[in-house]
Write a protein that binds this ligand. Structure first.
Ligand code: PDD
Length: 283
């Protein structure tokens, strides 16, 4: 089946979908994005993803190309036209097309909107969940506003490639004081040596992960002791469990960090329990 993309008001064949060479997203990464999971053809956690998109736009003084209802419609329509039952929908908004100049373009410049959707079988993630993932750690090299979901992802790209070359799924960034910030495309968690579930408090240093926010109410339900407190690489390596969260993948357990076994070396009960509970509350 041929894929379809939405580009600035039109549904076009994916293979022919393009933006202008002077689109500010292309030239300056002057753009924001969202990735929303799809299950049974439905968008997962749509509300908080759209709220974060608005926040990213606001923080960068960028205009919205479409109203709320129209944008939701385009997302659904792109999912439908691509017959995605399991997978993701990607939304990107740039500051638009204008003659290259670093400062903002004229105020009447129309922002660009691109929406794509792709099938990814959930079984792929279930297989990873059963086996557990490997993570490496790297020095933090990103800019000072990681809370904005911008397409300026070069440091994340380099980190992910390094992970891939090390046969790991993810790279965790580590700040100057030795504390983990987050993964190149996921939020980072541990169950420490005392059995306390920990993650880093929100700040400009990390993305406010939607999956992160959505699993918090499950902690009480599952009787999990939780503290929003940063953790060091050493604490992570000595932890009972480690895991990561992100849209589409949900909760995935980590079994090694820098090649060192975490806990028993197999997926832990907290990560597995949260994974199950997260998906069952989204059915
Ligand atoms: N990444 N941290 C970073 C740096 C991310 O890029 C992401 C998401 C997350 C998890 O956030 P959420 O739970 O809202 O997906 C944390 C998406 C999936 C991506 O870039 O493809």
């Amino acid at each position: 089946m041929s894929r379809i993309a939405y580009v600035n008001g039109r549904y076009v064949p994916h293979a022919a979908a393009h933006v202008h060479v002077e689109d500010r997203g292309f030239q300056f990464a002057d753009a924001v994005y969202e990735v929303c999971g799809v299950r049974d053809g439905r968008l997962i956690d749509e509300e908080p993803h759209l709220a974060r998109l608005d926040r990213s736009l606001r923080e960068l003084k960028m205009k919205r190309p479409l109203g709320d209802a129209a944008l939701r419609h385009v997302m659904r329509e792109t999912v439908r036209r691509n017959r995605v039952r399991e997978g993701l929908v990607y939304v990107q908004i740039s500051r638009g097309q204008a003659r290259r100049d670093h400062a903002f373009p004229p105020p009447d410049t129309r922002p660009s909107l691109v929406v794509t959707a792709r099938t990814i079988p959930a079984a792929r993630y279930d297989a990873w969940a059963a086996k557990g993932l490997a993570v490496i750690t790297l020095p933090e090299t990103r800019w000072a506003r990681c809370d904005i979901k911008s397409t300026a992802l070069l440091a994340n790209v380099l980190a992910k490639q390094q992970a891939r070359e090390a046969r790991a799924f993810e790279a965790w960034f580590v700040d100057r004081d030795g504390f983990v910030t987050e993964g190149a495309s996921t939020s980072a968690w541990i169950v420490d040596a005392e059995g306390v579930l920990r993650n880093r408090p929100l700040s400009h240093e990390i993305l406010p992960g939607i999956t992160r926010g959505e699993i918090v109410p499950l902690f009480r339900q599952l009787g999990i002791d939780y503290q929003e407190r940063p953790f060091t690489v050493a604490e992570a390596k000595g932890a009972r469990e480690a895991f990561l969260t992100a849209a589409t993948i949900g909760v995935l357990p980590i079994v090694t960090i820098d090649g060192q076994k975490i806990g028993s070396g197999s997926p832990g009960p907290v990560a597995s329990g949260l994974r199950k509970a997260y998906w069952s509350t989204r059915e």
